[in-house]
Design a binder for this molecule. Structure first.
Ligand code: HEC
Length: 536
């Protein structure tokens, strides 16, 4: 508690600082709104996951001190992995420049600036898809959430696929984004799922970690603010014939009488009969069975560390010299505190950093894509160091006083899993740039330089008036840019010079009517095409 005198002193200090900074301080319209719109408002809008909107000047002004504090402490935007250890795709991390701007803006009194010059606020609709097209939509039955405790509920969706399909893109669309905190997507072919569903009254059934069926395979994971899962070309995760899709949704404690009807959209992979097509597997390559100092049992009042190691070996199913890691998803429960995962390369013994979560937060777990797929030769080891804090001082400890926690699937048990999305290695995989429509810190990617022209997605997409295409060019290119519509009709064409390194081509799409378009970059030796949507 501050005394009145301290408060008076603080307000003087503030006035003084405000005056000092006023002259050159950033303004909301020019400097702050663009930062909030690209990093915060996907959750902080009315009806979004975060409790408060940060869309308007007044919103930002009212929360300015908290914004500064949360941003300075890296609490917001939420991004548990340590970017110093390994940069990951779609990283949600503010640059030092942006953090400084926020800080100066707050210290400078939170000025509005020229409101007319502020960028147009983004619009958030729950229906617009970010997939390139949708082949299957599954919607859960409406469910009225009414819970004092955290609720993990599985909803079953029939597919009636007559043959196996492969998902190339998976997107979860929360029905009620203010309560859908986290979604795991599984597929399962057994009747057990249906049984569980009918035994539990109301839509779906309650189940904490998995679906409760051994046949269930994880195919995707979603947390708010993340981009949909999109595998590189000619890859996909298998959905078995007649499978059922299960959405396991986490609704936070204290959710009363709120309706949800979450959907999953899937785009199937094409060319699945091509010899170049590869199945993607999502599996816990590291689990409790790989612990070298197991079993996973944590006595009360201690901090305990564990290490798991697993060697990638040749099996009939892996007739390739290496595997390609696409994504990683660490998993622990409530007293889990840290997880660091890396590979030790066969022969060279080089360390390949994969992910480090210095402060595990069960509420913000996710599936993280690598910016470039990672080649791991067979014979290499995957290693995970983890730490559990079973002391009373851990605010997430479910037991007071602390009790022995063992491995198990209920919330108060613990787990030690690292899921990976992976496939067989093909030469060149490490040069794929996992496409991003919200690239942050592209310079850090330089060290994984690609040898062919890499085009990112058109951004923003859907777009209006203006859009841009970011690229990485290993050399200079003289090229033609062409925009064609969905019927293949050429809309416009212009010459572009692409300089070596990272660059952008601006697209003036002012006069394009609403619809789907293709942007092609043509050189003498190749054509590369990206799809984008113009909205009104
Ligand atoms: C992925 C979703 C997400 C993103 C992106 C996000 N936030 Fe949050 N934010 C939340 C949630 C959820 C809470 C409330 C729970 C909590 O405090 O952990 C919150 C709370 C806050 C609060 C406390 C006031 C309030 O609204 O309850 C502030 C201030 C805040 N965020 C600022 C920011 C800023 C600034 C950014 C961008 C730089 C940002 N957040 C990005 C989800 C997000």
């Amino acid at each position: 508690m501050k005394t009145p005198l301290q408060l008076i002193f603080l307000s003087f200090l503030f006035c003084f600082l405000s005056l000092k900074y006023k002259a050159q301080s950033p303004t909301w319209a020019q400097d702050i709104a663009p930062i909030l719109y690209s990093n915060c408002t996907s959750c902080h809008h009315t009806g979004g996951l975060a409790p408060n909107s940060l869309m308007s000047y007044t919103d930002a002004y009212n929360f300015r001190f908290m914004i500064k504090q949360y941003v300075d402490s890296n609490y917001m935007p939420p991004w548990p992995p340590d970017p110093q250890y390994k940069h990951l795709a779609h990283e949600r991390v503010l640059s030092v420049t942006d953090k400084n701007k926020i800080s100066q803006w707050v210290l400078g009194g939170g000025q509005q600036g020229n409101a007319a010059g502020a960028p147009t606020p983004p619009t958030y609709t729950n229906t617009a898809t970010q997939l390139s097209s949708i082949d299957f939509t599954g919607k859960m039955q409406n469910y009225m959430v009414n819970t004092a405790n955290d609720l993990y509920r599985c909803f079953v969706i029939n597919t009636n696929f007559s043959v196996d399909k492969f998902a190339a893109e998976i997107e979860v669309k929360p029905g009620n984004s203010s309560i859908v905190h986290h979604v795991l997507v599984f597929e399962d072919t057994t009747a057990l799922i249906k049984q569980k569903d009918s035994l539990d009254p109301g839509a779906g059934y309650t189940s904490f970690f998995g679906t409760g069926s051994n046949d269930s395979r994880l195919i995707g994971e979603w947390v708010p603010g993340t981009a949909p899962i999109k595998f590189p070309n000619l890859m996909g995760v298998r959905l078995r014939k007649n499978t059922r899709i299960i959405l396991q949704i986490h609704y936070p404690q204290g959710t009363y009488l709120k309706l949800d009807s979450t959907r999953v959209n899937i785009k199937f992979a094409t060319n699945t009969t091509s010899p170049l097509f590869r199945e993607v597997f999502l599996a816990p390559l590291l689990s409790e069975t790989n612990l070298i100092n197991g079993p996973l049992s944590i006595p009360p009042n201690v901090v305990k560390t564990f290490t798991s190691v697993s060697t990638l070996t040749t099996t009939a199913a892996l007739p390739f010299p290496a595997i390609t890691l696409l994504s990683v998803a660490p998993h622990m429960h409530l007293i889990g505190n840290k997880m660091k995962v890396f590979a030790l390369e066969n022969v060279t013994n080089d360390t390949l950093p994969l992910i480090n979560i210095p402060r595990w937060d069960f509420k913000w777990q996710g599936i993280y894509n690598f910016r470039n797929p990672i080649k791991v030769p067979l014979g290499s080891k995957l290693v995970c160091h983890s730490e559990y804090d079973n002391r009373a001082s851990n605010p997430n400890n479910p037991n007071n006083p602390p009790q022995t926690v063992n491995q198990g699937e209920s919330t108060t048990d613990e787990m030690n899993l690292v899921f990976f999305a992976f496939t067989y290695y093909f030469p060149g995989d490490e040069n794929i740039i996992v496409d991003s429509s919200d690239i942050v810190g592209v310079n850090e990617m330089q060290k994984n330089i690609a040898s062919t022209l890499q085009l990112f997605n058109v951004f923003p997409n859907p777009a209006k008036n203006q859009a841009q295409l970011n690229y990485f060019a290993p050399t200079n290119y003289l090229a033609k840019a062409k925009i064609t519509n969905i019927e293949g009709k050429l809309i416009k064409e212009w010459p572009v010079t692409m300089q070596e390194g990272y660059g952008a081509i601006n697209l003036n799409i002012d006069n394009l009517t609403k619809g789907q378009y293709f942007l092609s970059i043509e050189t003498k030796s190749f054509t590369k095409t990206k799809q984008f949507i113009v909205y009104e």
